[in-house]
Write a protein that binds this ligand. Structure first.
Ligand code: NZQ
Ligand code: ZN
Length: 387
């Protein structure tokens, strides 16, 4: 393991069919007023909202409603939530939903008492919060982002056409998260597979960096294999508890600060995907899927040893032929899997048009931890190939 690092993750997880039973106990640790944050209504349709209200009221909480958080939450919406939290002197932000709702809760937690413009402070200058932070708890209903156990809060600024993530420290991570795989059963298939690809790509983003023999890479390969195996089963039967629970647990471990240990990490697929998202408001996992293959094929020769290992260890490609041939077969196997899941393989399917390419390229941040640092021309080329 190279480098010096500290490992600490304060989020307490409750996992399994009975996980929600632990919410009442957790709520005892916080004051009376709870801001209940949720999305566009899925929790009202599947009955989770009523269950939660019952628990909250039985615990004597005053509930401040904050529903209607959109996928890819906007800076305008965060401002509204922050105002609501401050005005009501909220003691706990309880996020019930997927990554959008959890990220939004974290953004609200650091913005309610922020005296400056939160977007400029956290998303332009990347400063850390110095104000009071409201604690966040999560009840997860969609597996994918890992937001339930990390400090990430991705916010879209529609006016500036930017979608940016700030990874906050352990003081902003959820205090607890409730993970019942059955809560994900009602997800539309498109969202389920987008989440599955998001998980897989989080692992790739960390795996495709570094040259040393590293425990983290072996963990990553195991997680990737678990995700692939469970994905086929969940696609066939969305109520396959074993598969949905493996997907949910893998999602958490794919992005909860474990897999970046001893790694420089890449994250360029996310930078490209988020820029596409800023222009199209498309589903996060789909934006990643649509840019991944052109990107990986472009950088393959710079990280050949790792792409070869990816092919043989993750996809079971036989060690026959040149290193390039083996590595390419690995990406071909990944492409086949992506097709079988029904993922978007082109950004034009997500609403991107050729005239947007220059703007999307401008919105793409360049990362330096992977096998190759992209030039602007290369970004344009990859985006054009993704159309
Ligand atoms: O809003 P509702 O009605 O709840 O519907 C949601 C939403 O339309 C629906 N949904 C969620 N759970 C459901 C359900 N529908 C039926 N049954 C359920 N059980 O699914 C749709 C998508 O939800 P969303 O929260 O947007 O999805 P996801 O979890 O993929 O989150 C995406 C956001 O997270 C950010 C993305 O950029 C995007 O903004 N990310 C956060 C990260 C982090 N915190 O570390 C890292 C990721 O790379 C990602 O960037
Ligand atoms: Zn992601």
């Amino acid at each position: 393991m190279l480098g010096n690092f500290m490992y600490y993750n304060p989020t307490k997880l409750y996992f399994g069919r009975d996980a929600l039973e632990s919410l009442g106990g957790e709520l005892q640790s916080y004051g009376k007023t709870v801001q209940l944050i949720y999305g566009g209504g899925s929790i009202k349709k599947n009955g989770l909202y009523e269950e939660l209200m019952e628990i909250l009221l039985a615990c004597g909480k005053v509930v401040v409603e904050d529903g209607g958080v959109m996928p890819n939450p906007t800076s305008e919406r965060v401002k509204l939530g922050a105002k609501r939290a401050k005005e009501n002197n909220v003691d706990l932000l309880l996020a019930v939903g997927g990554g959008s709702v959890c990220d939004y809760a974290k953004a609200v937690s650091v913005s309610a008492y922020c005296e400056e413009d939160f977007w400029e402070k956290y998303y332009e200058r990347f400063e850390e919060p110095t104000c009071k932070i409201i604690p966040v708890g999560c009840v997860l209903t969609m597996a994918g982002t890992g937001s339930e156990m990390n400090g990430g809060a991705v916010v879209t600024n529609r006016e500036k056409k930017l979608k940016i993530g700030h990874v906050f420290g352990s003081n902003v991570m959820p205090k607890f998260s409730i993970l019942n795989p059955e809560f994900t059963y009602t997800l539309p298939e498109r969202q389920m597979v987008a989440g599955i690809y998001d998980i897989f790509n989080h692992i790739c983003e960390q795996y495709f960096s570094g040259d040393d023999d590293n425990v983290t890479d072996y963990l990553a390969e195991g997680l990737m294999k678990a995700v692939i195996s469970a994905s086929y089963k969940a696609k066939k039967d969305p109520h396959d508890y074993e598969a949905r629970s493996n997907i949910m647990w893998a999602a958490t471990w794919a992005l909860n600060t474990l897999l970046n240990k001893g790694k420089t990490t890449d994250w360029e697929v996310h930078m490209l995907g988020q820029a596409v998202g800023a222009y199209t408001d498309a589903t996060h996992g789909m934006t990643l899927a649509a840019v991944s293959l052109p990107y990986y094929r472009h950088i393959l020769r710079y990280g050949l040893h790792k792409f070869k290992r990816f092919a043989t260890e993750v996809w079971g490609v036989k060690c026959e032929g040149t290193d390039e041939e083996i590595a390419e077969k690995g990406l071909a196997a990944m492409e086949q899997w992506m097709k079988e899941l029904g993922l978007a393989l082109n950004i034009s399917d997500l609403g991107a048009t050729p005239d947007m390419i220059e703007g999307i390229a401008d919105a793409t941040r360049v990362q330096e931890g992977g096998y190759h640092v992209l030039t602007r021309d290369e970004i344009v080329k990859i985006l054009t190939e993704s159309l």
